[in-house]
Design a protein around this ligand. Structure first.
Ligand code: NAG
Ligand code: NAG
Length: 188
């Protein structure tokens, strides 16, 4: 009884293992692209302004979204998902809302910003296989808070700067702590 019922299970595991191997290469993000994206975001503006710190209670990235330990496959998947989901939600905000300009607005280097947005677009495309129906809520409270602040005129600039600070943190953390999870460009 037990032995016969365990056969389909093994088959199922073999099948899903095969599926995983087939699906894996498309579910990777290139490390050098992520690094360049990080550098552009870092270099497009100045440090986080002191007067924006009052919003830290309302906009604080959930560090716990990243898995605790490193390197094994499921943890890589979760770590890459955090990168993907953060960039996807950020891209959506950039598509829906304009940056506040003028006095008290955001003064970012527009060339670097355009390059960042292009690379971000590519990463969101590349990473779309990382989209999951599991755990959709981990980042949703964070992004609904950010959205609320970037939509209000008096807090918009600080909202965008807090978002930039946090996306930078996500990319930096991923590149340092989950270095091995990223794909390397093949050398010829
Ligand atoms: C920001 O957080 C503070 C403290 O939790 C709260 O009193 C305030 O209402 C929040 N602001 C918004 C717009 O949610
Ligand atoms: C969202 O804002 C509320 C209060 O405004 C705060 O208590 C909560 O921690 C914020 N969540 C995130 C993830 O920033």
């Amino acid at each position: 009884m037990t032995s016969s019922s365990s056969v389909p299970l093994i088959l199922l595991q073999l099948c899903s293992l095969q599926l995983m191997v087939v699906a894996m290469p498309t579910c990777q993000l290139l490390e050098d692209v992520v690094q360049t994206t990080h550098n552009l975001l870092r270099d497009l503006g100045g440090p986080f302004p002191v007067h924006c710190m009052q919003y830290n209670v309302n906009i604080s990235f959930p560090d716990s979204a990243f898995p605790a330990a490193t390197a094994s496959h499921p943890q890589c998947r979760q770590a890459l998902w955090v990168v993907y989901e953060t960039l996807r939600e950020t891209q959506e905000l950039f598509q829906e809302l304009d940056l506040p300009v003028g006095e008290g607005g955001v003064t970012w280097d527009s060339k670097k910003l355009a390059d960042f947005l292009n690379l971000q677009y590519g990463l969101v495309e590349e990473g779309s296989c990382l989209a999951t129906t599991k755990a959709p809520g981990v980042l949703s409270s964070y992004f609904s808070n950010v959205t609320a602040f970037v939509q209000q005129q008096d807090s918009a600039a600080c909202g965008w700067m807090a978002l930039r600070r946090d996306v930078l943190w996500v990319l930096k953390t991923a590149l340092h702590k989950y270095h091995s999870c990223f794909a390397q460009r093949a050398r010829h």
